[in-house]
Design a protein around this ligand. Structure first.
Ligand SMILES: Cc1cc2nc3c(=O)[nH]c(=O)nc-3n(C[C@H](O)[C@H](O)[C@H](O)COP(=O)(O)OP(=O)(O)OC[C@H]3O[C@@H](n4cnc5c(N)ncnc54)[C@H](O)[C@@H]3O)c2cc1C
Length: 502
C-alpha cells in the first residue's frame, strides 16, 4: 500500500531480511535496534569490538544455506558482491564432495546453486546492514529499546497493533505504524506483551538437546587451510559433534556441540586448552589448529537453552492479532546444528512482502503470511525435530555402560550408516539430490522418496559391508571412553546423575 509506515523491532538477521524484502519507493521501514550500530571500519573491527548484547550468539559459527544464498544472488546481486568483497566465502557443492567421488565427478550447471555462504556472522551482518541502509525508505534507529506494543481493536473486535513505545536513550517515545514486524530474536518480548493484554499465542516447544561451543582462529601469515582429506569437516561421534566453518579474511571457527546429558564434558570444554585438546584428538580437526598454522582469536563461546519453537498466530483460520508480524527466531526457532535459522528468516521476510503486495486487508495479509511460512518452512522444521529426538535418545543411551541396542534400533542405525551414508558417498547424483533437501531447495525427504533413489540406497545396503568397504570413512575420532580417559573424566558420573534424575 503506497505510503505505508512499517516499524521493525530488531536489526538482526530477520530485521535485515525484512528491510531487503519490504523496501519499496513510497514505503517507510524503520528498524528499531537496542544495540549500538557496528563500527564503520572493517570486518575485523566488527568482530573485535561490535557490542551486541541483544544477540548472544553473534560470535558463534554461522553459514547461510543455498536457499538464502540464491535469494541474494537472484534479488540482491550487488549485496552478494559486497559480501564477497568483504571476504565472505562461497563453499560450493564440489568443495564438499567426498574423496570417494572426486575423481569421477562431472560438474552439472545446477551444482553452482548448491552453495553455502560463510564468514564470521559479524561480517555477514555488518555488510548486510550497510547495504540495507542504502535502500529506499529504510532508516535505522539504534540504541533504542522497544518497551511495548500500542494496541487498538478492529471493527470486528480483533486486537490490532498500531505502533510501539520505545526508550530512546532515556527518553520515552510512542511511534505509530501501519504494521509492526517483530524481529526481536529468541528473547523478544512481543509475546509477553500480547499475553499481558489477554492475547494468547499458542506455541510448540522442544529442547534441542545440545549445547554449542565455538572458538575462532586465524591463519598465521603465509599459512593456508589444511588440504581436504578423506575425513569430513563435520561429523557426529554421538557424545560430541564437530564442525569447522571457514570464514572471511583468513579466519575460521570450530564448533563442538555436546549433548545436554554430557555434564562432565560440558563442565570442562569451555576452557580453551580443553577445547583445543578435544580438537587435536579429532583427526579431521587436528590439522586446523596446528600451532604453526593458526593462532586462536577468541575464548570459547558457549550457548545453551537451544530449542525448537513454533508460534501459531492463526487459530480457526483467523489471525489472533492484526498488523503484527513476528519474524525470525521470534516466530520459529530451530536447533542451530542444521544452520537454517537465517534462511527461515529470509523466507519469512519474502512471504511478508508477498502478503503485503497481495492484499490491503490486515486479516487476509496475516493468513497469507502464516500460510506461506508454514508451507515453505514446516517440512524442514518437522524433519529437524525428528532428528533431534533421535539424537537425544542416542545421547542418553550413550551414557549407559550396559546399554545394548534392540533389533529395531540396530536396524535403523544400519540403515543410516550402511545404506544412506554409503550410498551418498558412492553416488554423486544421490548426493546432489540429498543436498537439495539440506539446502531447503526441495522437501528434505523428497530425494529418498523417489523410487529410483530408494532402490539405489537399498541396493547399496544389500551389497554388504565387505563390498562397500572403500566407501566407509576412516575412524573420525576417539570413542566416548577414550575421550573421557584423555580428559581425565569419569565416564559413569553422568549416567548415575541421569538415572537418579529420571
Ligand atoms: C549458536 C547458534 C548458531 C547458529 N548458526 C546458524 C547458522 O549457521 N546458520 C543459520 O542460518 N542460522 C544459524 N543460527 C540461527 C540464527 O542465528 C537465527 O535464526 C537468527 O539470528 C535469527 O535472526 P533474528 O533477527 O530473529 O534474531 P537476532 O539475529 O538475534 O536479532 C534480534 C535483534 O533484535 C534486537 N532486539 C531484541 N529486542 C529488542 C527490543 N525490545 N528493542 C529493540 N531491539 C531489540 C536485538 O538486539 C537483535 O539485534 C544459529 C543460532 C545459534 C543460537
Amino acid at each position: 500500500m503506497a505510503g505505508e509506515n512499517i516499524l521493525v523491532i530488531g536489526a538482526g538477521i530477520a530485521g535485515l531480511n525484512a528491510a531487503l524484502a519490504l523496501s519499496q519507493p513510497g514505503r517507510t521501514v524503520t528498524l528499531i535496534e537496542r544495540d549500538p550500530p557496528p563500527p564503520d571500519a572493517s570486518a575485523d573491527a566488527a568482530f573485535d569490538i561490535w557490542e551486541r548484547r541483544g544477540v548472544g550468539h553473534l560470535r558463534h559459527s554461522h553459514a547461510f544455506l543455498a536457499r538464502l544464498y540464491l535469494l541474494l544472488r537472484e534479488k540482491y546481486p550487488d549485496l552478494l558482491q559486497e559480501l564477497l568483497d568483504a571476504g565472505c566465502r562461497e563453499l560450493r557443492f564440489e568443495d564438499g564432495i567426498p574423496t570417494t567421488l572426486r575423481d569421477a565427478y562431472v560438474p552439472e550447471p545446477e551444482d553452482n546453486d548448491l552453495t553455502i555462504l560463510t564468514s564470521r556472522r559479524t561480517t555477514l551482518e555488518f555488510i548486510m546492514r550497510r547495504y540495507a541502509a542504502t535502500l529506499p525508505g529504510i532508516t535505522f534507529m539504534t540504541g533504542t529499546r522497544v518497551k511495548g506494543l500500542r494496541q487498538d481493536r478492529a471493527s470486528n473486535g480483533t486486537p490490532m497493533i498500531t505502533g510501539v513505545t520505545v526508550d530512546n536513550q532515556g527518553q520515552d517515545l510512542t511511534l505509530t505504524a501501519d504494521l509492526v514486524v517483530d524481529a526481536g530474536g529468541k528473547n523478544a518480548l512481543g509475546m509477553d506483551w500480547l499475553k499481558a493484554s489477554g492475547i494468547h499465542v499458542r506455541q510448540d516447544v522442544e529442547g534441542a538437546g545440545i549445547l554449542y561451543y565455538t572458538r575462532h582462529y586465524r591463519l598465521r601469515p603465509g599459512q593456508e587451510e589444511p588440504p581436504r582429506s578423506k575425513l569430513p569437516n563435520g561429523a557426529d561421534l554421538g557424545y560430541i559433534k564437530y564442525g569447522v566453518f571457514p570464514a572471511d579474511n583468513g579466519c575460521f571457527s570450530i564448533t563442538l556441540a555436546v549433548p545436554e546429558v554430557e555434564m562432565e564434558i560440558r563442565r570442562r570444554i569451555v576452557h580453551p586448552e580443553v577445547f583445543d585438546q578435544i580438537c587435536r584428538s579429532l583427526p579431521a580437526m587436528a590439522p586446523w589448529i596446528e600451532d604453526t598454522r593458526v593462532e586462536p582469536k577468541s575464548k570459547v563461546f558457549g550457548m545453551g537453552e537451544l530449542k525448537s519453537q513454533w508460534r501459531h498466530l492463526i487459530e480457526d483460520g483467523k489471525p489472533v492479532v492484526l498488523n503484527y508480524y513476528p519474524m525470525g527466531d521470534n516466530l520459529i526457532r530451530t536447533n542451530p546444528l542444521y544452520g537454517r535459522g537465517c534462511s527461515f528468516a529470509a523466507v519469512e521476510a519474502q512471504a511478508l512482502a508477498n502478503a503485503l503486495d497481495a492484499s490491503e486487508d490486515p486479516a487476509e495479509r496475516a493468513c497469507q503470511y502464516h500460510t506461506e511460512v508454514a508451507r515453505e518452512v514446516r517440512p524442514y522444521y518437522d524433519s529437524m525435530l525428528k532428528q533431534d529426538r533421535a539424537a537425544i535418545r542416542r545421547a542418553a543411551n550413550g551414557l549407559n555402560p550396559d546399554y545394548e541396542a534392540g533389533f529395531k534400533a540396530r536396524l535403523a542405525k544400519s540403515f543410516i550408516e550402511d545404506a544412506i551414508n554409503i550410498a551418498l558417498r558412492s553416488d554423486v547424483d544421490l548426493l546432489r539430490e540429498a543436498m537439495h533437501g539440506f539446502h531447503m531447495l526441495s522437501h528434505p525427504d523428497a530425494w529418498l522418496k523417489k523410487p529410483k533413489n530408494f532402490f539405489k540406497v537399498m541396493r547399496v545396503w544389500a551389497r554388504g559391508k565387505k563390498r562397500n568397504k572403500g566407501f566407509y570413512l576412516p575412524r573420525i575420532g576417539p570413542n566416548r571412553k577414550e575421550m573421557f580417559e584423555l580428559l581425565d573424566l569419569s565416564p559413569t558420573v553422568d549416567w548415575e546423575t541421569y538415572k537418579n534424575a529420571a
